[in-house]
Design a protein around this ligand. Structure first.
Ligand code: ADP
Ligand code: ASP
Ligand code: MG
Length: 479
């Protein structure tokens, strides 16, 4: 019998519950989390993944930055305040003996972090690894704290060091998980689940095969939860955050954005990739590979229905489900007559980006030009220098991507016309209908992106009488 079919290998009755920073910001928030985990024990076996307390990772990384600039003590008062927040919550919510234990853990962490900061200043060549080690305290401490709070709420919680589960490559700051992660995660968690214990692990962090601490990139706790869920073949992966699901637009730009009851994996992946911060862009892939539903819930309003993401999202009247946007984008345009009738040109072009480990998001081509976008401009000067061997290169910075998403786009004519008519006075470039055909993506100037998103939301979701996708919905339901 192969490993994946042994009865204890999969945990079809496990549910992963991931709580983001705002869900563990203070004592009241942690108490709500304890209530959610307590209730989840009915009918399923919870596995808890938790982020650093709100602002924790920012504070730790700011301290590492200060140390890198030669002042390892500059941010110690801010770090003390962060550690004190943990202590105060423990005193308020944990049993006295666990609160004392947390106090000891915090004192040790303070000394270790201070030492690591000194090393950042003294050993510039080790900065990436030291930064990850420093950042990891955010999740390690919040997971220890949440374990103590759950125990006080009669949940049989057990702290697990996530670095024993998530095994990654050595790319500090944005590490990629290795296949060993599945087996290691199961080996760590299955025995606890078999004993009806509730594992609690920090998101965002992992370790190399040699045991050196790594991180998955900012916002990476969602991804951790998905990896843990996939390893356990969990029943569901729940992302508990501070909004009631994936909304029809970024609520910080569109106050009237509404929760979307259901999304397909393809829709959610496009939204996450093109700026919907509520999900880390890599969250969907592990879930999709195992066909595990992802549910986005509000820890401040646990009764709200939230959003469920599955292989096939519900088709509802309205072809467009949401608008995402992402700022800080650079557009590169490469013009070359050598493209005409030549093969191998595009390969050579993309190899430049591969060499510099720079992801290209949107691409459009004409007979003599290629336009594309990148959001990590770190290696741009070197990339442009190499591209100049292929043709003339124009660089436009300060751009933003807007992405209109909905399964119904596949079959509803006229949406592009409606979208572009709505923002006719805003300069649009690089229009791309994604290969998955669930998105219409284009680039505008960053200074006008809020206005573009607001107007599109108004036109596509709020204006009376607009029933963009009714025909499409009817057609698909009938098929
Ligand atoms: P957490 O700390 O729980 O991981 P995040 O701050 O990473 O939470 O993600 C939740 C936030 O994402 C929301 O508060 C909201 O401001 C932002 N957001 C951006 N776009 C969307 C969207 N389309 N739907 C929901 N939230 C969004
Ligand atoms: N704490 C990490 C961050 O702030 C990871 C996360 O919250 O998902 O980026
Ligand atoms: Mg997040």
């Amino acid at each position: 019998m192969s490993e994946s079919t042994t009865p204890s290998a999969g945990r079809a009755d496990a549910t992963v519950l991931k709580f983001g920073g705002t869900s563990v910001a203070d004592a009241a928030a942690l108490q709500r989390v304890a209530g959610v985990v307590h209730d989840a024990q009915r009918g399923t076996r919870p596995v808890v993944v938790v982020s650093a307390l709100a602002g924790g990772t920012d504070a730790l990384l700011a301290a590492a930055d200060a140390a890198a600039s030669g002042d390892p003590k500059l941010m110690l008062p801010q770090l003390d305040a962060l550690l004190e927040r943990h202590a105060e919550i423990a005193r308020g919510l944990a049993r006295p003996e666990s609160a004392k234990g947390i106090g000891t853990v915090l004192a040790r962490a303070r000394a270790e972090i201070a030492d690591l900061l000194e090393r950042v200043a003294a050993e510039p060549e080790h900065q990436p690894a030291l930064r990850d080690e420093i950042a990891s305290y955010g999740e390690r401490l919040s997971a220890a704290l949440l374990t103590a709070v759950l125990l006080a709420a009669d949940v049989p919680a057990r702290y697990v060091d996530a670095r024993h589960c998530l095994i990654t490559d050595e790319t500090h700051g944005r590490a990629t998980p290795l296949p060993n992660t599945e087996q290691r995660t199961r080996a760590e968690l299955a025995p606890l689940l078999d004993r009806r214990l509730v594992p609690v692990l920090g998101g965002y962090i992992g370790a190399t095969l040699e045991g050196v601490t790594t991180t998955l990139g900012r916002g990476g706790s969602d991804y951790s939860a998905a990896l843990v869920g996939a390893a356990l073949a969990a029943r569901e992966i729940q992302i508990w955050t501070d909004v009631s699901g994936v909304l029809s637009a970024d609520p910080r730009v569109v106050p009237g954005a509404r929760p979307i009851p259901s999304l397909s994996y393809a829709e959610a992946a496009e939204l996450a990739y093109f700026g919907a911060k509520v999900l880390h862009p890599k969250t969907i892939q592990p879930a999709m590979e195992r066909d595990i539903p992802v549910r986005i819930c509000n820890s401040h309003a646990p009764g709200d229905p939230g959003t469920v993401v599955t292989a096939r999202g519900e088709v509802r009247a309205g072809a467009v489900k949401a608008i995402a946007h992402k700022t800080g984008i650079t557009v590169l345009q490469i013009n070359s007559t050598r493209m005409l009738g030549a093969y191998g040109f595009l390969r050579g072009l993309f190899e430049v980006f591969e060499r510099h480990q720079t992801v290209v998001d949107v691409v459009t081509t004409s007979e003599v030009s290629v336009s594309l976008t990148v959001d990590d401009a770190g290696s741009l000067p070197a990339i442009v220098a190499e591209l100049q061997a292929l043709g003339t290169v124009a660089v436009e910075s300060g751009r933003a991507i807007v992405c209109v998403v909905g399964e119904g786009l596949r079959i509803t004519p006229g949406i592009a016309a409606r979208v572009f008519a709505t923002i006719a006075d805003i300069n649009v470039s690089l229009i791309s209908q994604g290969a998955s055909r669930v998105n219409l993506t284009f680039v505008v100037e960053e200074t006008r992106v809020r206005e573009a998103v607001l107007r599109l939301h108004e036109a596509l979701f709020e204006r009376q009488g607009v029933d963009l996708g009714a025909a499409a919905a009817a057609e698909e339901l009938a098929s």
